[in-house]
Design a protein around this ligand. Structure first.
Ligand code: ME8
Length: 511
């Protein structure tokens, strides 16, 4: 049977500077979803990359005495490096300065012009340079940019416009009829009620005030608006062509999920559908606007001096600890908070204690009592059934959470296994069984623990891939698939475990 496909994208990050831990959250979240889909047997294509044009980037490059291209080359590779440090399994890292992308954006612009959706006009408005956005008077908050709170300036220019207004009714109807198109619901309602229903104005899609962008193909005084340039990355990099879309494009499009932050849902759920309709292309299946990570309950930003970077954190705590924190602490629809205290607390209590200690204790006991060999017996007790029930049900729970993109809840469901195992140790007291020379019962207990840990590791592998691999290594098992946890008991009898090795070393408070 042909595998079902799953195409997932993240936002492409601005190459204006090094991405902070908030930006990094998104790629880790997407990675967990992509890995889980692969585990489920989907043919996954996971795309990420960088958004490299625009006035802000041109200015930053100038500040540093570099050409825009030199500057974006550096920042883009820095971003890619962080995505790699975080062990993210993207299939393609795209850049909007790639020639194929640039050429296709020009063709797209021309197609929209030829079909009458783009026309030449004059733009007068209030412009926020850092956000590359024009605003109307009524959209400003205290006279400032509603997105970043900075000053806006009057600007007027000859410009091309996209007929966004033409698509308003169609968009309203589409979003109302497809409640899952924009998620979570709070974002969907915000889009409908605050932006779409009050009316959509035509969108200015070219600029003449700076150079660093893709030239409008038939009028090179103009560069293409960054959001038209950026959004189309989702199709230009999978072989879209205006006249003759490739087989690759037909295979992957429509995207199953555009994973983006809450601040850019507007661009993805209003401009993007209209652009796609103009090109006569189907809409993506879902746009998910994830919440933000805050630092000490404050917005993370370089100008605030509180930016934290993933590489600094991983150096101190390890990659999987940082992955665990961001995946676990940011709930489905509300912002999450990062503090060093909470990070260290989670590290010690969840990773070092509940998980690390469990694995270490279990493998050490098996070494001590059975010389590292995996054994079992027929001696069962009701307390085993309770454990087995929780462990075998976890898969469905995790799957349900992941289908709804409730990743933090999914991790909790995996940890329920480890919590239950710890309780099972307290209930069965293996050291007393050993003392009483109740070896057969001890065999069952240790097998149940080792097998539960294996099942937990299979489910953990999408979130903490290195940790899961290390558990498999210590268990010396090749049973790592989702199928292998359908039933309890697949851990190979007679295998010799590897030496126990702590997964996470506790952080001492005063260090
Ligand atoms: O918006 N917590 O790029 P970007 C979580 N180039 N996510 C955060 C965050 C935080 N504190 N801060 C930012 C852009 N993000 C455009 C995208 S897509 C066609 C173009 C998220 O580098 C933000 O919401 O400013 C966005 O999804 C991503 O990081 C990249 O942000």
């Amino acid at each position: 049977m042909e595998k079902k496909k799953y195409y997932i994208t993240t936002a492409i990050a601005y190459t204006s500077g090094k991405p902070h831990i908030g930006n990094t959250y998104e790629i880790v979240l997407a990675d967990a979803i992509a890995r889980f889909k692969r585990l489920e047997g989907y043919d996954v294509y996971f795309q990420t990359g960088t958004d490299e044009h625009g006035e802000k980037i041109e200015l930053k490059a100038r500040e540093q005495g570099k050409t825009p291209k030199e500057f974006v080359d550096e920042v883009s590779s820095e971003i890619k490096k962080i995505w790699d440090i975080m062990n993210t399994s993207y299939d393609k890292f795209v850049r909007t300065t790639d020639e194929t992308h640039e050429k296709m954006v020009q063709k797209i612009f021309k197609k929209m012009y030829d079909n009458g959706d783009i026309y030449l006009g004059e733009y007068k408005g209030l412009y926020c340079t850092p956000c590359e956005s024009f605003w109307t008077e009524s959209q400003l908050v205290d006279g400032k940019c509603p997105d970043c709170g900075r000053e806006v300036k009057e600007a007027s220019e000859e410009a091309y416009f996209f007929k966004l207004s033409k698509y308003q009714k169609k968009l309203e109807k589409y979003i109302e009829e497809n409640p899952n198109f924009i998620q979570p619901d709070s974002r969907r309602n915000e889009m409908l009620n605050n932006f779409i229903k009050p009316g959509l104005q035509d969108l200015c899609v070219s600029r003449t005030t700076f150079d660093w962008g893709i030239k409008v193909p038939f009028n090179d005084k103009h560069v293409v608006y960054v959001w038209l340039d950026a959004l189309t990355n989702y199709i230009t990099n999978i072989g879209y062509d205006v006249d003759n879309p490739s087989e690759e494009f037909k295979k992957w499009w429509p995207a199953d999920l555009h994973l983006i932050g809450k601040d850019i849902v507007r661009f993805h759920s209003i401009y993007w559908p209209a652009f796609l309709w103009s090109l006569d292309i189907e809409l993506p299946k879902q746009i998910f606007g994830h919440p933000w990570l805050l630092m000490n309950n404050d917005k993370i930003g370089k100008s605030r001096g509180n930016a934290i970077y993933a590489d600094d954190l991983t150096e101190k705590y390890g990659v999987d600890a940082v992955r665990y924190y961001v995946l676990h602490e940011i709930p489905f629809a509300n912002d999450g908070n990062l503090t060093y205290e909470l990070l260290e607390e989670r590290y010690n209590s969840d990773l070092a204690n509940i998980l690390g200690n469990l694995v270490n204790r279990t493998i050490s006991m098996n070494k001590k009592y059975f010389n590292n060999v995996v054994v079992t017996s027929d001696l069962k007790e009701p307390v085993d059934d309770e454990l087995i029930k929780i462990v075998t049900h976890a898969k469905e729970k995790v799957k349900t959470c992941m289908d709804e993109l409730r990743v933090a809840d999914a991790i909790d469901s995996v940890f329920e296994i480890f919590r239950k195992c710890n309780k099972y140790i307290d209930e069965t007291t293996p050291w007393l069984l050993a003392k009483d020379e109740n070896k057969d019962r001890l065999k069952t207990v240790l097998y149940n623990l080792l097998e539960s840990i294996r099942i937990g590791a299979v489910l953990l592998s999408s979130f903490l891939p290195q940790t899961a691999e290390e558990i498999f290594r210590q268990l010396n098992t090749s049973e790592k698939t989702l199928d292998s946890i359908e039933e309890f008991g697949k851990l190979e009898l007679g295998n010799t475990l590897n030496e126990p090795k702590p997964l996470f070393i506790r952080i001492e408070k005063d260090k």
